[in-house]
Design a protein around this ligand. Structure first.
Ligand SMILES: Cc1ncc(COP(=O)(O)O)c(C=O)c1O
Length: 394
């Protein structure tokens, strides 16, 4: 069967090969003294609070399951607007918030609304692989710009200006980032946005990990900079609702009807049950639980990154958010006689029953030298992982 050139441009998700092999081996070693520990997972190990679960049950029982308007339930847009004010001190009117089926749908809508065939979008290398594929799906071209630890693995305004050309449509950043857990300093984001605006482009910031921020210097939304900044967010990470498929997009006023038209046609609406359930995320007891969990994620980071460092897996920039440690594994590759992070991931899987993510999918610049460890796993698992790494290191 002939497939579209558009589909052909989407690269395979290589880490799925690692994940598949890890799941297979996990079944074999499940009853051994060392069952597989999964540090490759990019989703919280917590689930939605009881109040959220109960709200979902209630919506189903009450038959509140018809389509909503394409932009989402009004009260949910209002509560998100209030959350921006309470948590981030940012004024984000509900009318600019569009509820979507996860950040993934928000990214698709943003890309389809803004990108024409052949348009280029600048992104940091490393970055979340799907983001460049959303650009390709809109027939644009992601241009990955290598980043350094000095810039927290984020783009600088100078880099954006130097890379800008007549085909450039804008930037797509993620702050905090997957795979590094590091954010752009708000001042740098402001400068980048100025460069983008002066070139007539658009600034898109994927803020899906913004709620899971551990450092006041960085935990700011780009929406506070200017109402032309477009922000993508989700109930998946901070709100622990990955499989519920719910997120949102904040756009400038002029773009609301455009995104609404696209959303009506492509999705009709996000899951109604999930939307009703998400209203309960903003109840005081749910927010208190989310904050406890945020503290737990921070405690894991505080334990795990220094432990990796001590083992010779250097973490050049401490994550200020999310639940990842981006570790330089060159020393380990040399010590164990393996070629790169891809091979090292398989060695750790086979020898120590530890599933981790090699850098390969996240870009090309230095990704053969880096592993992504996820700390979305219990402290006990993280301690056991460190013990196994120690044993392997000898
Ligand atoms: C940076 C980033 N953006 C977007 C997504 C997609 O998230 P969602 O579950 O909201 O579609 C992820 C998921 O891991 C992510 O890490």
């Amino acid at each position: 069967m002939k497939i579209s050139t558009r589909a052909g441009r989407i690269e395979p998700f290589y880490v799925m090969e690692v994940a598949k092999a890890a799941s297979q081996l996990a079944r074999e070693v499940a009853h051994s003294s060392r069952p597989m520990i999964f540090l490759n997972i990019g989703e919280p190990d917590f689930t939605a609070p009881e109040a959220v679960q109960e709200a979902a049950h209630k919506a189903i029982r009450d038959g509140a399951t018809q389509y909503t308007q394409a932009t989402g339930l009004e009260p949910l847009r209002e509560r998100i607007s209030q959350w921006y004010a309470d948590r981030f001190g940012a004024q984000v009117p509900a009318r600019r918030i569009v509820i979507t089926a996860g950040a993934s749908a928000a990214l698709q809508l943003a890309c389809l609304a803004l990108i024409d065939a052949g348009d280029e979008v600048l992104m940091p290398d490393p970055s979340y692989p799907c983001n460049r594929h959303f650009v390709s799906a809109a027939e644009g071209q992601a241009v990955l710009l290598p980043t350094t630890a000095k810039d927290r693995f984020q783009l600088s305004a100078e880099q954006v200006q130097a890379a800008w050309n007549p085909r450039t449509r804008g930037v797509l950043l993620a702050s905090p980032s997957n795979p590094t857990g590091t954010s752009i300093h708000p001042d740098e984001l402001r400068r980048i946005h100025q460069v983008v605006q002066s070139n007539g482009g658009v600034t898109l910031v994927d803020e899906i990990y913004l709620g899971l921020s551990y450092d006041d210097t960085f935990g700011h939304t780009g929406l506070a900079i200017d109402d032309q900044v477009i922000s993508i967010n989700s109930f998946s990470k901070y709100f622990n609702m990955t499989g519920w498929r719910l997120g949102w997009l904040v756009v400038p006023d002029a773009l609301v009807p455009v995104v609404e038209r696209l959303a009506q046609n492509l999705f009709i609406c996000a899951s109604t049950v999930a939307q009703h359930a998400a209203l309960a995320c903003f109840e005081p007891e749910s927010l208190a639980l989310y904050e406890q969990r945020r503290a737990e994620f921070k405690a894991r980071r505080d334990y795990f990154s220094p432990a990796l460092e001590q083992l010779g897996l250097s973490v050049p920039v401490q994550a200020d958010g999310a639940f990842y440690a981006w570790a330089d594994c060159r020393e380990w590759c040399a010590r164990l006689g393996v070629k790169d992070s891809w091979d090292l991931a398989f060695t750790l899987m086979k020898e120590s029953h530890l599933a981790v993510t090699p850098g390969r999918d996240f870009g090309t610049a230095q990704t053969a030298d880096f592993l992504r460890f996820s700390t979305a796993s219990s402290m006990a698992h993280l301690q056991e992982a460190v013990a196994r790494l120690k044993a392997l290191a000898g």
